[in-house]
Write a protein that binds this ligand. Structure first.
Ligand SMILES: Nc1ncnc2c1ncn2[C@@H]1O[C@H](COP(=O)(O)OP(=O)(O)OP(=O)(O)O)[C@@H](O)[C@H]1O
Length: 344
């Protein structure tokens, strides 16, 4: 894969051209100080101080220590004076007044609630930390909390070009924050990922693979016609890459909305396909047919895509803690088996 292909899939690159086919979005360039803040490994975890004071998150979260209790226990010396905290200076909450004020205006212009996204990715793996459990944000600090907690954001910030065979840099020159109007009524069964190889649409997959939606069985033929028409009319010659994926949402009245572009292969999830299957199908059929895959029964649903839990839950590598836990569980099992055998 080439860097150029990955760059084309950045929202600030494609959105201006395909704006009329997509959902309402406002894009802000991010200052480097905010990128540093997202990447710094500061403890305690500090949210930016709000300039407006009308933040959706309680101010208390933004303090390094929980008020009086901490001071009572640790902060007073024997004479009763507060001790100086050597970390105090470095742990004062950051503040991005200009960015915050621009974002506040954009959230208002988008109806009061937005879905945040960096150049390529949303912080979908961090939804668990939000008070709503979703990516719906109404304030700057909610966005900051999601981005700071997300491995998908770190991927965009540090590893976006890792799969490129002509990689010259680890990051793009600028980062952007896309604020997309929040749609609470998105129907997951109406989202599809479409696979384009050699400028031919060769595959369509249900996007939400953890559910069985009987309605798709009846609608499949019509949906394929709609998506194919959308692709031929707008993307085949309009998007410059030869190989890529695009995500669409089909509204109840049959309009196709473009949600996203992703590079072919590498970090992009092939959902109900494998990349080998897609390559094979292109080789055999030369892009003449489209294969449309949906989950065909309740028994065929896929497990979650492991994108919505903290990385620590999944990491079983040495040093993660899980390795020790599993070793001890194994030892305990062996011990029990041995003692029951000895007793028999
Ligand atoms: N504006 C929106 N309002 C509500 N939900 C949304 C909105 N945009 C996207 N979503 C939901 O969030 C999901 C992820 O969105 P999106 O594809 O933009 O994120 P992503 O990080 O690029 O994901 P991927 O890496 O899989 O492409 C979508 O499948 C959709 O269900």
């Amino acid at each position: 894969m080439k860097q150029e292909e990955v760059k084309r899939c950045q929202i600030q690159e494609w959105y201006p051209k395909f704006k009329s086919l997509s959902i309402k979005t406002i894009i802000h360039e991010l200052p480097e100080s905010f990128i540093d803040y997202l990447l710094e490994d500061s403890k305690p975890f500090l949210l930016p101080t709000s300039i407006s004071g009308d933040d959706a998150l309680p101010q208390r979260i933004q303090k390094p220590y929980p008020d009086d209790d901490y001071e009572e226990e640790f902060g007073k010396d024997l004479d009763g004076d507060s001790q100086e905290d050597p970390e105090q200076e470095s742990s004062s909450p950051p503040c991005f007044p200009d960015l915050e004020s621009q974002i506040k205006d954009s959230i208002k212009a988008l109806g009061g609630a937005i879905f945040p996204k960096l150049n390529w990715s949303s912080p979908k793996d961090a939804a668990w930390i939000a008070t709503t459990g979703t990516l719906c944000c109404t304030s700057f600090s909610e966005i900051a909390l999601l981005l700071r907690s997300s491995d998908s954001a770190v991927h965009d910030l540090c590893h976006a070009f890792d799969s490129c065979d002509d990689k010259t840099s680890s990051r793009p020159p600028q980062f952007f924050l896309a604020l997309r109007k929040w749609y609470p009524s998105f129907h997951p069964e109406m989202e599809f990922r479409c696979f384009v190889r050699g400028q031919r649409l060769i595959g369509i997959s249900q996007r939400e693979v953890t559910g069985f939606y009987p309605v798709l069985i009846d609608k499949k033929v019509d949906l394929e016609l709609l998506i194919r028409g959308f692709f031929e009319e707008n993307l085949r010659l309009g998007f410059e890459s030869e190989d890529y994926t695009f995500d669409v949402y089909v509204t109840r009245d049959g309009r196709v909305k473009l949600l996203d572009f992703n590079p072919w292969g590498a970090f992009t999830l092939p959902l109900l396909f494998t990349w080998d299957e897609l390559e094979e199908s292109f080789k055999e059929k030369g892009g003449e047919t489209i294969e449309f895959r949906i989950v065909g029964s309740q028994c065929a649903v896929r497990p979650g895509l492991k994108t919505a839990v903290p990385y620590d839950y999944l990491d079983t590598s040495p040093g993660s803690g899980w390795d020790q836990f599993l070793r001890r569980a194994d030892e305990e099992l062996k011990r029990q088996t041995e003692s029951s055998e000895a007793g028999a």
